[in-house]
Design a protein around this ligand. Structure first.
Ligand SMILES: Cc1cc2nc3c(=O)[nH]c(=O)nc-3n(C[C@H](O)[C@H](O)[C@H](O)COP(=O)(O)O)c2cc1C
Length: 296
């Protein structure tokens, strides 16, 4: 996750038994190298790097990942055909994030080892079709033979169990970990996340790159621009002033871009990442024993 998942969060998740991930999308190649090296020093467990394929310095990121011996890469926001085989030649496991069965099939054809099926509820960039996790997951599980990892709206073990019933073999959890002690997100953003309620997020920027945001001044600006029919150029201009960093990293809660998922409405506390992994696992194990209980 941009401006959230550095080496501290990734290593804490890996040390707790999850697969921690470094979000390369907000890093310069040198910063990424530093985070990978620090992550290797902080955990002996596997970890991954996420690379949004639309990243401007993509070649350099990929070079860094290969040079540093990273074993697992999650690609997103782009065509998996372009880089998957290159990663595979370096013995790297490749997982691609998709928002439809059509894209899942393309990822499988490109040689990806697994896909993340990410529903409309998810924080960050998202599919245009608005397919929710509950619908997307069984559709993708039916369409492909490679393993499917569920994402979008998962913050508890009971939700994790639900995704497994629908065909997932793992889950990718984003929003819950923004509200973790190790996330590099600004404390004001973490506090806004735990104080948010149902209906406080919305998907905007469909013309450009759809993204789910917490409603604030920046969101209003985008909404108003879209309502008067702003074109891509104007939307790019609004986005162009490093608004994501301003909001999520520097803590400007009004003018900054705040990417977060619907499930923030269920997140009530900022916890150590290891505790979050533990809690999810405990809830999952309890839910397995009594899956039909209405309360977790
Ligand atoms: C603050 C934030 C930043 C994110 N940045 C990225 C990113 O850089 N690359 C990516 O593939 N997904 C990104 N995501 C999506 C997450 O990786 C994950 O798929 C998503 O958060 C799952 O849904 P959830 O938010 O409901 O848990 C981001 C999500 C959030 C909340």
């Amino acid at each position: 996750m941009i401006w959230a998942s550095g080496w501290k969060l990734a290593s804490a998740v890996s040390n707790a038994g999850g697969l921690g991930m470094i979000g390369a999308g907000s890093m310069y190649p040198d910063t990424l190298r530093e985070h990978i090296q620090k992550c290797k020093a902080a955990t002996s467990k596997p970890f991954a790097v996420n690379v949004p394929l639309l990243y401007p310095d993509l070649d350099k990121h990929i070079q860094t990942i290969i040079e540093e011996g990273v074993k697992i890469v999650f690609t997103s926001a782009g065509n998996p055909k372009t880089w998957t085989q290159h990663f595979k030649q370096h013995d790297i496991t490749v997982v691609h994030v998709v928002s439809s069965s059509k894209f899942a099939l393309k990822a499988q054809e490109a040689g990806c080892d697994a896909v993340v099926a990410e529903g409309f509820e998810a924080g960050g960039h998202n599919g245009r079709e608005e397919t929710t996790t509950l619908v997307l997951l069984p559709a993708v599980a039916e369409a492909v033979t490679i393993p499917v990892i569920a994402a979008g709206g998962i913050a508890t073990g009971r939700q994790m169990l639900a995704t497994m019933v629908l065909g997932a073999e793992g889950v990718q959890v984003g929003t819950r970990f923004v509200a973790s002690e190790e996330a590099s997100s600004h404390l004001s953003f973490k506090e806004a996340v735990i104080n948010s309620k149902e209906g406080d997020t919305q998907l905007v920027m469909k013309k450009l790159t759809p993204v789910r945001l917490l409603k604030n001044g920046f969101y209003q600006e985008v909404q108003e621009a879209e309502a008067r029919g702003a074109d891509e150029i104007e939307l790019k201009r609004i986005l162009g002033r490093a608004r994501a960093k301003l909001g999520m990293y520097e803590g400007n809660m009004d003018e900054g871009e705040l990417e977060i998922g619907q499930v923030s409405a269920l997140v009530k506390d900022i916890l150590p990442a290891g505790q979050i992994v533990k809690n999810i696992w405990q809830e999952f194990s309890d839910a397995l024993v009594s899956p039909l209980q209405s309360k977790a």
